[in-house]
Design a protein around this ligand. Structure first.
Ligand code: HEC
Length: 164
């Protein structure tokens, strides 16, 4: 009896291992996309990035996310809409547009368009599931993304900010 239980466990461990392996191999939908903006080290709270060439919106971004300690980031844009991005276009077709990947914290900010409107989310890099917050004013609440991306005096065109 005992022996067969170990057998079942061994098979279960094997299957789990294969599943974890394959989910890593599958990667993320933005892996083959074109790379855009990049920041290797996210500034600490209190750092003035205006002094080193940053603009007001970048300062606001640092002030909003420094507490999360997100590490550096890499931006990606869907090659299908790269032309619109380069021309700072104001309207994107429905679909996936851009991703900002924060490897250190295993999270990615995603921007999609649905019915002509931007949809913001925060997903886990490991499994693609949403880890966005529902807490009002939380930095990872999609409403916070919208306030900056669709607000901020129209600094960002077409709801993306990396091409401003
Ligand atoms: C306070 C302003 C602000 C907030 C809040 C904010 N962003 Fe951004 N976002 C920016 C700026 C500025 C950039 C470009 C950074 C740069 O130039 O290096 C950017 C870049 C991006 C990009 C990459 C676009 C590209 O050009 O490659 C995505 C995707 C993105 N943000 C999604 C989000 C999501 C999702 C949220 C909410 C969880 C969010 N952002 C919250 C200001 C903000």
């Amino acid at each position: 009896m005992k022996r067969s239980l170990w057998g079942v466990l061994a098979v279960a461990v094997l299957i789990a291992g294969v599943m974890i392996g394959s989910s890593f191999a599958a990667g993320n939908y933005w892996d083959g996309w074109q790379k855009t903006i990049r920041l290797d080290i996210f500034p600490e709270c209190g750092v003035n990035v205006r002094g080193v060439g940053g603009d007001d919106i970048l300062q606001a971004t640092v002030d909003t996310y420094c507490g999360v300690k997100p590490g550096g980031y890499q931006g990606y844009v869907n090659p299908k809409v790269m032309d619109i991005y380069k021309k700072k276009g104001k309207s994107y077709p429905d679909g996936k547009v851009a991703v900002l990947e924060f490897k250190k914290i295993g999270a990615a900010f995603t921007t999609d368009i649905k019915g002509g409107k931007p949809v913001y989310d925060v997903v886990s890099i490991a499994d693609g599931k949403s880890i966005a917050s529902k807490e009002p004013n939380h930095p990872l609440n999609p409403e916070t993304c919208a306030k900056c991306h669709a607000g901020f005096g129209g600094t960002c065109k077409g709801f993306v900010c990396g091409n401003r």
